[in-house]
Ligand binder design. Sequence first.
Ligand SMILES: Nc1ncnc2c1ncn2[C@@H]1O[C@H](COP(=O)(O)OP(=O)(O)O)[C@@H](O)[C@H]1O
Ligand SMILES: [Mg+2]
Length: 332
Amino acid sequence: MVSSDQVFALVQSHSEGDDSQFYSVAMQVAAKEARAGRAKFAQELRDLVDQVRVQSPVTPRVAPVTPLVLPRGDVASLLSVSYPDARLSDLVLAPEVGDAIETLLLEQRQRDMLARHGLTPSRRVLLIGPPGTGKTFTAHMIAGELGLPLFVIRFDALITKFMGETAAKLRLVFDELAETRGVYLFDEVDALAGDRGMSNDVGEIRRVLNSFLLFLESDASDSIILAATNHPRLLDPAVFRRFDSVIRFPLPDEDAARAVVQNRLSGFNLSSISWPRVLEAAVGLSHAEICVAAENAAKRAVLTRKSRIVTDSLVAALQGRPRKRSEGSGGD
Ligand SMILES: Nc1ncnc2c1ncn2[C@@H]1O[C@H](COP(=O)(O)OP(=O)(O)O)[C@@H](O)[C@H]1O
Ligand SMILES: [Mg+2]
């Protein structure tokens, strides 16, 4: 009779995918049966083992190579992954924005401690503000600070003419988000509200946005979900309620504008700059536009072999940048 040890060994080797061990135990069973006088059964078992061994040659077990975190399958085309190294200090943030982000980072870093007290860190955050105020950059920075991968949802791949398909893809994204902890950025999330010039009917579009909101609400993962938008008015008020917090990014004030210039031009001599003139020229520009203007002034200086940035050059560069006509200051 087959011993319980042998049954155990069979099941174990099968579960480990260890074919050679599996067949060797089967052969031991055959030998035992032969000794016990059941020659016919023993021979049939040996024959069977020989036969299946040929059909499935014993392949050495090689652990499948899984890249650290790379979405696989259908979801791969919906997300782009990166490992940003941006830091909080790379950004110039309004004090209330900086506070909100530091709180988010602290809660994430101490999430085990919070969990021991039955508390969960906030992790669903809506970032609102005019273009170029650092919303996308903030998502990179949060991933960089927490050492997590950043997954950016690719709306071009997500949103199709077929709303049912879009909702199914959205589900894949939320499945992935529950499986792999990371920072997931729905950038320019107003795209989900359907302002894409596609001739979808309004009821269908609402359904996609609603399914996003339902996924958001029922999501119990450890991932951080960031949604960013320049158009808060396009978003349903219902959207706001599904987030743990809403962070509003204002255009830079004078202090912020000066800090952006100084950060960008840290390698240059700024001792002769007349700040009142520069700051006046920066009014109404976003952080991003001020960065570009500072870079342009720096290039002028380099190309004319000067290490000093002069006020006129910086002012001219700032005046050459587009500014928003009506800021709306991120309110809704
Ligand atoms: N608050 C900021 N502090 C420093 N640099 C900024 C800030 N906001 C924007 N920038 C610069 O402008 C670039 C574009 O900003 P981005 O984050 O894409 O703006 P948004 O997503 O709000 O439109 C950034 O990569 C960065 O170089
Ligand atoms: Mg952006």
